[in-house]
Design a protein around this ligand. Structure first.
Ligand SMILES: Nc1ncnc2c1ncn2[C@@H]1O[C@H](COP(=O)(O)OP(=O)(O)OP(=O)(O)O)[C@@H](O)[C@H]1O
Ligand SMILES: [Mg+2]
Length: 268
């Protein structure tokens, strides 16, 4: 099976003084500077409408850079670039393809050999607990199973950079926990550079090396919190760790401050 360790080693993400306006009335981002190291898992939290998805869309090359500089894996962002895989909250499987075909899709369009494509997709579907459902269509799967398949497809792609926009946001708490732990296991096994958006503080702490807190729109970074907890992590086990609760309380306070627009010192 292919490996991407060499590509990931140079897959940093840099945003320097990025500003993005959708109109004269809607300034989404202002003075947004963030540097993510290769293999780092960084989450962004912040109030609704603060520009989180805009950050991901800029990094993915889906929006043009208006002001500032963005470098992804050594190059300017380009839509559809094979270095970047993007996973969304909403169900993004093709309804006319089976779970296996969906999991193969990203690599097929990137011209991976069919046998390798098939092998990788199957291995990832098994890793996310969908063994036996390879030939099921999305409508035959539950919402949680569809997000597992989407997670398998995302990891099947040999993209060193993963962008994830609330991928488990619409799931129930229990399924969310299970999928978060699956993501943690997949990432431990084959590390990528990840930029992850969530509204769930426990999820952000469990998965991340660092959590970025954004202000209200126009979004800028008001805090940068390192998560020193040992890996592998589990939300369930972390519930017993006082340090987890301290970080949770710290992030909660920062989010409250984000809502009132107060500037918070960089906490690195
Ligand atoms: N393509 C677009 N055209 C016009 N305005 C847009 C577009 N995309 C986003 N916006 C505006 O930019 C602002 C930030 O939107 P964005 O989706 O980045 O917020 P968000 O932080 O992801 O919010 P949420 O947590 O609710 O997903 C919003 O006011 C939104 O209306
Ligand atoms: Mg969003």
């Amino acid at each position: 099976m292919g490996s991407i360790s060499a590509e990931v080693a140079s897959a940093s993400i840099e945003l320097l003084e990025v500003r993005h306006a959708f109109s004269t009335d809607v300034l989404a981002l202002s003075d947004f500077t963030l540097s993510i190291a290769p293999r780092e898992f960084v989450s962004i939290i912040g109030p609704s409408d603060c520009g989180k998805t805009t950050v991901l869309n800029l990094v993915a090359g889906l929006l043009p850079v208006q002001t500032g500089t963005i470098i992804v894996a050594g190059a300017a962002p380009t839509a559809g670039h094979h270095d970047v895989a993007y996973m969304l909250a909403r169900d993004c499987l093709y309804p006319w393809l089976t779970a296996q075909q969906n999991a193969e899709m990203g690599n097929r369009v990137r011209r991976m050999k069919p046998a390798e494509c098939s092998h990788r997709a199957r291995a990832l579907l098994h890793a996310v607990g969908l063994k036996g459902f390879e030939d099921s269509y999305p409508k035959q799967l539950s919402h949680g199973m569809r997000q597992r398949a989407a997670l398998a497809r995302t990891f099947a792609m040999l993209s060193p950079v993963l962008l994830m926009d609330e991928p488990f946001g619409a799931l129930d708490a229990q399924t969310k926990l299970v999928l978060g732990e699956l993501l943690d296991r997949l990432w431990e096994h084959e590390q990528r550079t990840v930029l992850f958006i969530t509204h769930d503080l426990a999820e952000a702490i469990a998965l991340s090396d660092r959590v970025i807190v954004m202000s209200r729109r126009p979004g800028r970074i008001i805090a940068n919190v390192k998560i020193p907890l040992p890996r592998p992590r589990s939300v369930r086990a972390m519930q017993k760790d006082p340090q987890f609760h301290e970080i949770y309380a710290q992030l909660w306070t920062l989010l409250e401050q984000a809502l009132t627009e107060e500037f918070v010192e960089d906490s690195i």
